[in-house]
Design a protein around this ligand. Structure first.
Ligand code: SF4
Length: 327
């Protein structure tokens, strides 16, 4: 499969008054056409920062970005804001975590979908209204004609997230970046929203980068999974490789905190220690203060990302003998 997006040695640093937070620090991966790739990790691992950096939605006054983000052959980091505006919405869309924060409380939900269609597609008011209602029906909003006139506070969280999905998919973008799209919703509606989103991604032939802290969600929908920790990618592989044959000690630890109801008498094992402060991250392997397998080498030297079998990459000294850098 061809790559739609290639992220090469990406670094995203927040400039604070007295320190620099290395939220993303040398991340390399690619997204294939038509796949769903999940980035998983604890809060503070840098996955949302990475997502917002790809969409160029971070405030450049206090953020520095280094490396390359090649989308469809173009390095997004070299584009002006005006050029980037043409890509956002048309080719890359973002679905944020909290729909109530994403929608404008002063406009009806229908008007917010229609505005995108008028502004980005040049439709007339009537055309935009008709297509918005069609989109609302497509994302499963009942009584779409009536709901078109509702304000966000008049809809449930799940319905608002459907509106956000309608806005994100309105122009059939090639890449959808979904940042924890269900974590602000009730458990009962999470599965339906995920099903809706992944169904639309497949139907439109899009590619999705899904950011989630929930391995259960990643297991449900992904083709491939990347595991992030403290601003670094620790492991990348197919869903089966990550869930059934995890190699990195952090991936293994993450799997031990996921409840599996079909397995009896299995105790959950919390990961000892805390996510490090990224203004002064640990030397060597960033996971070493929490890793039961650490050696002296782990403290001194950062492991390379190595391919242990085709498409299955891991950054850990336990596998470093097969070193060949992920390019
Ligand atoms: Fe553990 Fe060392 Fe591997 Fe890091 S490099 S995960 S400390 S064994």
């Amino acid at each position: 499969m061809n790559s739609l997006l290639k992220v090469n040695d990406l670094k995203v640093h927040y400039l604070l008054a007295n320190s620099v937070v290395r939220a993303v620090d040398g991340v390399t991966f690619d997204l294939k056409e038509n796949e769903i790739f999940s980035l998983v990790g604890e809060s503070g691992s840098g996955k949302s920062t990475l997502a917002y950096a790809i969409a160029r939605l971070l405030d450049s006054s206090y953020v520095r970005i280094y490396g390359e983000i090649i989308f469809n052959g173009i390095n997004l980091l070299e584009l002006s804001e005006i050029e980037m505006e043409k890509i956002r919405g048309n080719l890359i869309s973002m679905i944020p975590q909290d729909p109530s924060a994403a929608l404008n409380p002063a406009y009806t939900v229908g008007e917010q979908i229609a505005e995108v269609l008028r502004y980005k597609k040049g439709l007339t008011h009537k055309e935009a209204r008709d297509l918005s209602i069609e989109l609302m029906k497509k994302v499963g909003i009942p009584d779409a004609e009536k709901r078109y006139l509702n304000y966000p506070h008049q809809l449930s969280g799940g319905m608002n997230q459907r509106v956000v999905i309608a806005i994100a998919m309105a122009l059939r973008p090639r890449l959808i970046i979904a940042d924890e799209p269900t974590s602000a919703l009730d458990v009962t509606v999470q599965a339906r929203i995920l099903e809706l989103l992944t169904g639309l991604v497949k139907e439109y032939g899009s590619t999705m980068l899904l950011i989630t802290h929930d391995l259960g969600v990643a297991a449900e929908v992904s083709d491939r999974i990347g595991v992030m920790y403290a601003g670094k990618l620790m492991e990348i592989g197919s869903k089966e490789e990550i869930l059934e044959k995890p190699l990195h000690p952090y991936t293994q630890a993450l799997l031990h905190v996921v409840p599996r109801f079909h397995k009896k008498k299995r105790r959950l094992k919390p990961i000892a220690g805390m996510v490090p402060n990224l203004s002064s991250p640990p030397s060597g392997c960033r996971f070493h203060p929490r890793c039961p397998y650490r050696s002296k080498e782990c403290v001194l030297q950062e492991p390379l990302m190595v391919e242990v079998e085709p498409g299955h990459w891991v950054s850990c000294n336990l596998y470093a003998m097969e070193a060949s850098y992920h390019a």
